[in-house]
Design a protein around this ligand. Structure first.
Ligand SMILES: *Cc1c(COP(=O)(O)O)cnc(C)c1O
Length: 406
């Protein structure tokens, strides 16, 4: 008879990862075992307020009842067909998502990086088939300090040395211009340009919000230049900033929007390229695909996500609670916070480097029951589930004040 498996402690589980798990992450030393709403619980039963929400993959909180129910129902009926056959969930997912975003067509994928890769492929195909760019000459203009994912093509146009070093050679065809600089963009765009690909707000870079007028300027410039505007809304989209899409803050309609993270409700990876028919219509059978893209489980969860967003409740919450977050951070400015950028329930907070690195502050917050993540240097990112209450948000801000003024 074998002894019953002994439950391992957090410390033991962290040690057990070391020899068997690739070291491509440096997680905070917390081992989460269960979660509900804005709260997670570790192996020892300690509770933490989740102020990161899976980098916005958990916009609706952990295990939102409507999403869990949709997943359970689908698990009991059909989980995968591959696109070799139709499945009975995909049509309504595509219809609802196109409706929510005001676009015509949907290309379902799985991860964010795949959506970006797919967007790049579609933009290039459009450049050759519709715009008439000579074969293999299409260029795509991107912004410095971007984050679009981790595939070799995508890290090839990153400006983050840690993301690039050791992974070349990289794909050609990308031009990098400073973010929030319309003059530089104008100069980089020419007859070979298939698309301009940018994040409406740069998340990984530290929640960098461009000047008012930048996104509208990108729209105007790309329209004039006859190239596409691809908005990577994988982190900024689906309610986070107080709108369904962050581009709505400037009433901008891109040609293509890339979605991911929250689209899977924190349950399964679901991403999508949504766009105008003239653009996504360039794809024909055999030219692109994904074994798991558009699978019935993903479609069922994705449809339930769209249904939540159709109510407008989450966008409204992000807007209203965003004011609480903003006021709290303004009150901390000068008290350990040197600056912050916030839109909706999303903030990049620069902590006085004298108080420690972003990592050290994150560890201190963890010990006080608040989970956040540092980005670069002394910046921490705050992005709680949109289901968080005003009281919970105040509690987190109070803990941040305590940690910064200790
Ligand atoms: C997270 C993210 C991606 C990549 O998504 P994955 O699912 O990790 O591949 C791409 N773009 C932006 C803006 C992101 O935040």
């Amino acid at each position: 008879m074998t002894a019953p498996a002994r439950t391992r402690s957090s410390a033991e589980l962290i040690r057990a990862e070391e020899p068997v798990l690739a070291h491509n992450y440096h997680p905070l030393p917390v081992v989460v075992a269960r979660a509900e709403g804005a709260w997670v619980e570790d192996v020892e039963g300690r509770r933490y307020l989740d102020m990161l929400a899976g980098y916005s993959a958990l916009n609706f909180g952990h295990r939102h009842p409507a999403l869990i129910e949709a997943a359970h129902r689908q698990l009991d009926r059909l989980t995968l067909t591959s696109r070799a056959f139709h499945n009975d969930r995909l049509a309504s997912f595509a219809e609802r998502l196109a409706g929510l975003t005001g676009m015509d067509m949907v290309l379902p994928m799985n991860t964010g990086a795949e959506a970006v890769e797919s967007g790049i492929k579609v933009a290039r195909k459009w450049a050759y088939d519709v715009k008439g760019v000579p074969a293999d000459r299409a260029t795509i203009v991107v912004a410095a300090d971007n984050f679009h994912g981790r595939t070799t093509t995508i890290v090839g146009f990153s400006t983050d040395e840690d993301a690039r070093r050791g992974f070349g050679p990289f794909a050609p065809g990308f031009r990098i211009v400073p973010y929030n600089d319309l003059a530089a963009l104008e100069e980089a765009v020419d007859a070979t340009t298939a698309a301009v690909l940018i994040e409406p707000i740069q998340g990984e870079a530290g929640v960098i919000i461009p000047d008012d007028g930048y996104l509208a300027g990108v729209r105007e410039l790309t329209r004039r230049a006859g190239c596409l505007f691809l908005a990577d809304e994988i982190q900024s989209g689906l309610g986070r900033t107080g709108r369904t899409l962050a581009v709505e803050h400037e009433s901008v309609v891109p040609d293509v929007v890339l979605l991911g993270k929250a689209l899977g409700g924190g349950i399964v990876p679901v991403s999508a390229v949504v766009g105008r028919r003239e653009v996504l219509g360039v794809l024909h059978p055999g030219e692109h695909g994904s074994t798991f893209g558009g699978n019935p489980l993903a479609a069922a969860v994705g449809t339930a996500v769209v249904e939540l967003l159709e109510t407008g409740e989450f966008q409204r919450r992000a807007d209203e609670l965003g004011e609480v977050l903003r006021a709290g951070l303004a009150g901390l400015t000068g008290k350990g916070v040197t600056g912050f950028r916030a839109r909706g329930l999303w903030a990049g907070v620069d902590v006085d480097p004298a108080l420690g690195t972003g990592r050290e502050v994150s560890e201190r917050l963890m010990r006080e029951g608040i989970l956040v993540k540092d980005t670069h240097g002394s910046t921490i990112r705050i992005a709680p589930p949109l289901t968080i209450t005003a009281e919970e948000l105040q509690e987190a801000l109070g803990t941040l004040e305590k940690v910064l003024t200790a």
